[in-house]
Design a protein around this ligand. Structure first.
Ligand code: GCU
Length: 596
């Protein structure tokens, strides 16, 4: 696959632009809906029989739709091909693609009428895992990483009338990819998030970054295509400012303000609008500060206890798949709300922008993560570049979100020196891109000592928090063992339990000693909570996890059936007994958490 990707990358016509402010409040055309598709496990749409590249008119980017002469031998036809819904994973749309990992071609046509003085960008919310995008048989570009947005300028490629948009998507896993070959979630493939055609004027607002230090607001506005005067307004704060973008195309705003602070209890958002010439964007932003002071996380200068839960980007329902829209996200957030949460770990990869924005509106603090998960290829420069790019795209997309307080660069990774240098660079990159948030990683205890577990991963010296996953009562020992466990966790930083829990099948009742019964899981939570509370710097908990989720690593028939059963609710949203243990506990914490 790597050879294919490199070869096609060489055919690139257009380089992706860094325009994170591309979407909010802009004129756009949705390209969601049914797309024709062709499953192509042998990559016939690219390669000839001896793996030479197909001639351009034979590649599927050419789209025979435009070949009227019936004399040319063309052996594919998108017009006659079935359709898949976009956004959406292919695995849960078609039984025959349930386990499918490989290449799928997507095609849709679009009618277009150019407008003078306008520029057009093709925006993808996410495509898993790698893709090559073609428009009218011009290869626009490639993207790798299944969970972050990307776009291409298509102003000069779009034609009057009918246009053909063809996307080659491949979710094949790879040893040097991010994530790598082995992970405990379903490898959903496809164009999994929105596809938009976005219209901007010649000179447009490419990006803006807002920062607030408790008294001063800083806003940097990046223009593309020229410079000029930029105006900024936050009407409810009576803020109306003008600034000039310099030769670098950046306009800097600095002003004092005392907005109502954003917090889980008061998720106050303000309308902001930025204008430059014929261009304007609008957004909703919150103002809050977050920092660490000793063993406390301070939100708006007050210690906060993170009543969290971990969640995958997967819908609730009889046939769960990748979340497609705000309503899918809302269902998960409402379940977390009912659990009594003020914090979510969006595991193990960037979730959708809809999820992040709705969580912000509903008042959830967020941990966002990139999938450096388990054992990736730590010595590969390319793997590092891939991970850093995913981090950069995530931070670029969500840096203006008040809800996001933690960037996490890894989950359960081996304590090798290659790993430490790899993640050390990533952590430094996160701080460079965004010095205003906390940086962490989920580590785990190394030594098998059941009753005296120690957290001593060198990585925690580089992070702002000590966050670790532990499975006392499930992978380690029995629930009752928790009574005799004393954790050794270095002092001086806030501690977050980024995962704990066990499995149970909803409705499977029996003895507390029997694995996968609701009673076993209920007891496991009853025993874990007091054990964890003994950790002096405890500042947050994240049960693993909110909902049973699909995983090809969970084949136990009659119990798991391709689901990881560690949810507090099952895949259909039905609450297990353990849900109520956590809910009761969080209600108590909310009322009277005593800081030691
Ligand atoms: C790990 C991992 C999760 C996984 C969980 C489990 O800790 O981080 O992704 O699903 O354990 O085993 O259920």
């Amino acid at each position: 696959m790597k050879r294919l990707f490199v070869t096609l990358a060489l055919l690139l016509a257009v380089l992706p632009a860094d325009a994170f402010a591309l979407v909010p409040g802009r004129e756009r055309i949705s390209l969601n809906g049914p797309w024709n598709y062709i499953v192509d496990p042998m990559n016939t749409g690219i390669y000839k029989y001896q793996m030479q590249l197909q001639k351009p008119h034979k590649r599927y980017f050419a789209d025979r739709h435009f070949y009227q002469d019936k004399t040319t031998l063309i052996e594919y036809d998108f017009d006659k091909a079935p359709t898949l819904s976009v956004p959406g994973d292919w695995n849960t749309q078609l039984e025959r693609l349930y386990f499918y990992e490989g290449s799928v071609w997507y095609r849709r046509t679009l009618d277009f009428h150019p407008q003078p003085g306008k520029r057009w960008f093709l925006y993808f919310g996410a495509v898993n895992y790698q893709c090559v995008v073609g428009l009218n048989n011009t290869i626009l570009g490639t993207h790798k990483g299944g969970f972050t947005p990307f776009w291409f300028e298509v102003t000069d490629v779009l034609e009057e009338g009918e246009n053909s948009l063809v996307v080659w998507v491949d979710n094949t896993r790879g040893a040097s990819e991010v994530p790598t070959l082995n992970f405990d979630w379903w490898n959903y493939g496809g164009i999994t998030r929105d596809v938009l055609l976005v219209c901007v004027p010649e000179v447009y607002i490419q990006d803006y970054r807002l920062r607030f230090d408790g008294s001063e607001v800083a806003v940097d506005v990046v223009l593309d295509g020229g410079s000029g005067s930029v105006s900024l307004e936050i009407p409810e704060l009576h803020i109306r400012k003008k600034a000039c973008a310099g030769k670098d195309g950046v306009a800097h705003f600095r002003f004092r303000a005392s907005p109502e602070r954003w917090s889980p209890d008061t998720p106050r958002l303000y309308d902001i609008s930025i204008q430059c010439g014929a261009d304007a964007i609008t957004d909703r932003v919150g103002f809050r500060t977050v920092r660490v002071e000793g063993e406390r996380i301070l939100l708006n200068d007050q210690p906060v206890f993170l009543r969290g839960v971990a969640v995958h980007d997967e819908t609730i329902g009889p046939n769960p798949g990748r979340c497609r829209d705000t309503e899918d996200a809302r269902a998960l957030l409402e379940a977390a709300r009912d659990l009594g949460c003020n914090f979510l770990r969006l595991a193990h990869y960037p979730h959708s922008e809809q999820m992040v924005r709705l969580a912000e509106e509903m008042g959830f603090l967020l941990w966002e993560e990139i999938p450096c998960y388990w054992n990736i290829d730590w010595s590969s420069e390319e793997t590092y570049a891939n991970a850093e790019k995913q981090l950069t795209e995530l931070i670029g997309r969500d840096a203006n979100r008040a809800a996001t307080i933690i960037w996490s660069v890894a989950n359960e990774t081996p304590p090798t020196k290659e790993r430490l240098s790899f993640l050390g660079k990533l952590i430094a990159k996160a701080r460079e891109l965004d010095p205003t948030r906390l940086v962490s990683a989920a580590v785990q205890k190394e030594k098998p000592d059941l009753y005296h577990p120690v957290i001593d991963d060198e990585l925690i010296a580089l992070t702002d928090l000590i966050s670790f996953n532990q499975y006392l009562g499930w992978y380690d020992g029995r629930p009752a063992d928790c009574d005799s466990v004393c954790w050794f966790v270095p002092s001086g930083k806030p501690v977050i339990i980024s995962e704990f829990g066990g499995g149970a099948l909803y409705g499977n009742h029996g003895s507390e000693a029997e694995r996968f019964t609701e009673e076993y899981l209920e007891l496991l939570y009853r025993k874990n909570l007091p054990m964890l509370e003994k950790i002096p710097a405890l500042s947050g908990l994240c049960p693993w996890c909110l909902k049973d989720f699909r995983s090809p690593k969970r084949p136990l028939a009659g119990i798991q059936d391709d689901f990881n059963r560690k949810g507090l609710i099952d895949e259909q949203g039905r609450r297990k007994k353990a849900f109520y243990v956590m809910q009761e506990y969080y209600h108590a914490v909310e009322k009277n958490w005593i800081w030691r």
